[in-house]
Design a protein around this ligand. Structure first.
Ligand code: ADP
Length: 172
C-alpha cells in the first residue's frame, strides 16, 4: 500500500533528514523568500554557489544540487507556477514539478524525499487543489518506483496538513 510510505509532518523542512528535500524556488534559482530563503540560510553559501552554475530553471522543471549544511544530502529545486486564476495551465505545471522531482530522485537512486507545499505560499496556488495534485503524483511515483520508500509532505501550518488529509481520503 503506497500510502504507508507517505508521511505528513508539521515542521520546518530544513530540519528534515532525507536523501533530498525539495525547494520551491523561483526561476533564477538564486534564492528568495519563504521556504527558498529558509533552505539557503540553513544550507549556507555553498548552495548558492552551485545554483549559480545551473542557469535557472523553467516552471514545471527541477534541478538537483548538494545539501551542504542541511541534514538532507541533496536539494531538488523546482519552480512552481504562479496562480493566475486557473486558466494558465497552473495545475499541469504543478503536476510537472512533482513528476520532475520524482524523476530526478529515481535517476539518483534516492529513497526518501521531503516536499514543501509547492506554489501555495507567495505563488498563491489554492491549498486544497495543490494537495490533491501532490498526493496524486506521490502515489503514482511510489507505485512506479519501488526504490522510493519514504515521501514526507511537510506542512508549515495546520491548514496545509488538513488539505493533505482531505486529499489522502479521496480515491484511496
Ligand atoms: P511559493 O513561492 O512556491 O508559493 P513559498 O515558500 O512562498 O513558495 O511557500 C510554499 C509553501 O512552503 C507554503 O505553504 C509555506 O507556508 C511553506 N513554507 C514556508 N517556509 C517553510 C519552511 N521553512 N519549511 C516548510 N515549509 C515552508
Amino acid at each position: 500500500m503506497v500510502d504507508e510510505k507517505i508521511e505528513l509532518v508539521v515542521a520546518d523542512i530544513t530540519t528534515i533528514q532525507a536523501d533530498a528535500i525539495v525547494n520551491a524556488a523561483n526561476q533564477s534559482l538564486l534564492g528568495g523568500g519563504g521556504v527558498d530563503g529558509a533552505i539557503h540560510r540553513a544550507a549556507g553559501p555553498g548552495l548558492l554557489g552551485e545554483c549559480r552554475k545551473l542557469g535557472g530553471c523553467a516552471p514545471g522543471d527541477a534541478k538537483i544540487t548538494g545539501g551542504y549544511n542541511l541534514p538532507a544530502a541533496h536539494v531538488i529545486h523546482t519552480v512552481g507556477p504562479v496562480w493566475q486564476g486557473g486558466g494558465g495551465n497552473e495545475s499541469e505545471l504543478l503536476g510537472d514539478c512533482y513528476r520532475r522531482c520524482f524523476e530526478l530522485a529515481a535517476e539518483h537512486g534516492l529513497q526518501s524525499l521531503a516536499f514543501p507545499a509547492i506554489s501555495t505560499g507567495a505563488y498563491g496556488f489554492p491549498g486544497d487543489k495543490a494537495a490533491v495534485i501532490a498526493i496524486t503524483r506521490t502515489r503514482q511515483a511510489l507505485a512506479d518506483n519501488p526504490n522510493l520508500d519514504r515521501v514526507v509532505l511537510v506542512c508549515f501550518n495546520p491548514a496545509t496538513r488538513q488539505a493533505y488529509e482531505k486529499a489522502l481520503n479521496l480515491n484511496p
